[in-house]
Design a protein around this ligand. Structure first.
Ligand SMILES: [Zn+2]
Length: 230
């Protein structure tokens, strides 16, 4: 091998090394930025094959583009899907009759509102001194990424006590009784590994009475129930 060929080979080896280095650098630096967009491509659309009320929306199944909601506005301005309204009303009436005062603090959200909530939470974690990566991880634990929140279906509600009249006993009542009205506590503490969402005592999802009863009896979260009936 002559010197020229050897030099050329060395040069091309060096070029490859530089390219690999640049690629690695771009992937590391842009990783955080791209995460969301790349994530979006790999999330499949949630199906309604088990019925509208059993649509499974989570970090792996996003709300279908053509999902339509018929919204009913509550007295406090929050909106819910008309499918859940009568049962929600009935549940709240029964609660009030027993001396518990719940209120829907968050019902339907469009994807823009979900985006705002996500960005605000992320900014708050950044403000607390977390790195970009840590802040994103923490945010994802508490707030679903736009397109992957049940609130975008109108089938989920965040219920808090009306603090002037009630306390945390409202959550206890819901945990014990909501299934009778077709609602489930969507993110129980012991199911965090499966749902990917931290324990939320306020987030209730309408799945219909039949499913809610089975889920309650067998202690299944929605992900598990869908598998159970498939
Ligand atoms: Zn919620």
């Amino acid at each position: 091998m002559n010197k020229k060929t050897e030099k050329r080979k060395e040069r091309s080896r060096f070029r490859i090394l530089v390219l690999v280095f640049i690629a690695a650098f771009i992937m590391t630096v842009a990783g955080d930025m791209l995460h969301k967009d790349f994530g979006g491509y790999f999330i499949k659309e949630a199906t309604m094959e088990n019925g509208r009320e059993l649509i499974l929306v989570n970090s792996e199944n996003k709300v279908p583009e053509d999902f339509e909601t018929e919204l009913v506005t509550l007295t406090n301005g929050e909106k819910v899907d008309s499918l859940i309204y009568p049962r929600l009303q009935e549940m709240f009436d029964d609660m009030r009759a027993e001396g518990y005062y719940p209120q829907v603090v968050s019902g339907y959200r469009d994807s823009e509102k979900q985006e705002d909530i996500f960005e605000n939470k992320y900014a708050a974690f950044r403000g607390e001194g977390y790195s970009k990566k840590e802040a994103r991880k923490l945010t994802e634990k508490w707030v679903a990424e736009p397109g992957t929140s049940e609130h975008e279906t109108g089938l989920a509600v965040d219920i808090n006590p009306d603090r002037e009249k009630s306390g945390n006993e409202v959550y206890k009542w819901l945990e014990k009784n909501a299934h009778k009205y077709g609602f489930i506590k969507r993110y129980p503490e012991e199911k965090t590994e499966i749902t990917g969402i931290a324990d939320e005592s306020w987030h209730y999802r309408y799945v219909g009475e039949k499913a809610a009863k089975v889920m309650k009896e067998k202690n299944l979260c929605l992900e598990e129930y869908i598998e159970y009936i498939s």
